[in-house]
Design a protein around this ligand. Sequence first.
Ligand SMILES: [Zn+2]
Length: 351
Amino acid sequence: MKKVQDLFIKLVKIDSLFRQEKKVADFVIKELRKLKLDIKQDKFGNIVARSKKFDSKKSILLCAHLDIVESNRGMKPRIKNGVIYSDGKHILGADNKAAIAEIIYSLQKAKDFSNVELLFTVQEENGLVGAKNLDKKLIKSKKALVLDYSFPPGYIALKTPYAAIVEIEIFGKSVHGARSNLNHNAISVSGACATTITDTIDPDINCNMGMINGGKAVNAAPSRVTLKLEFRSFSYKKLRNFLDKNKKDLKKIASERNCKISIKKLNVGSGYSYNKDDEFVKEIINNFKKINIKTKLESSVGLSDANILNRYGIKAIEIGYGPQRTHTNEEFVVIKDMENMSEFLEVVMKG
Ligand SMILES: [Zn+2]
């Protein structure tokens, strides 16, 4: 039988930028067919599969995503001392191809996998779009392991944050620069808004001011400035309260300066939080124990398909699966970690 890294190398050589997952989806479907699974693909492109002998009573969903964050076309993986790297000019794409390889490889090795259900999503990297558009009726499981936490096996993300993307548009007076008054200048007002957010932010909320757009010429006052910000917090309540109060504060700033303002929440991502005494968490820890891997219970600051699955009422937990320094050209995965993870999944399949 081939090794997990052979499958992995094949997968990372298939370029699969988000929205361009067709080739990798076809590859995965071909591998699942060899295992005689029942395979369905929803309208959005997400793949759901399970054994023909699937037992929904003890079922667990294994989830990975098919896309990568940027194209790695032409990437030549290098193997050195048991570690797989990219060629340094591209991302490796181990996020999330290592998870796909581990899942398929463990299915190939397991004698019976009637308790697992598989979900391979598309468009994870551009905002969990595949999971958000998933045909939920296709999923039977009530609990899920999402293999997307960029840490070695044994790391368990017990908490992930709630997130909101907020778009602020400030409408000022468009006049010639010589007649401009900073008080109704949209750039000046956007600065005042940014300062207020910085000065009043709750310490339990992380804010990233990611985008700003506006202005056409240095001698003209802009009629419009757009800011896009992202907020994350483990506390939904704190996030909601801050955004409500902030909306009032910014409206006041704009009106005092004779500008109009529009504040829109473009997207609110749900987080999740489990404690270490949760039955499912205990089951995961116990399964790692069976292969002598110590577990680390963590809070993740990232978002994954687990956030969306929880919103659908599935108890989903994101776990480490090997790759590190993901989303960079220094991304790597230790082969031993992929082997351990496959072994862990075999334990899960034993039920
Ligand atoms: Zn990922």
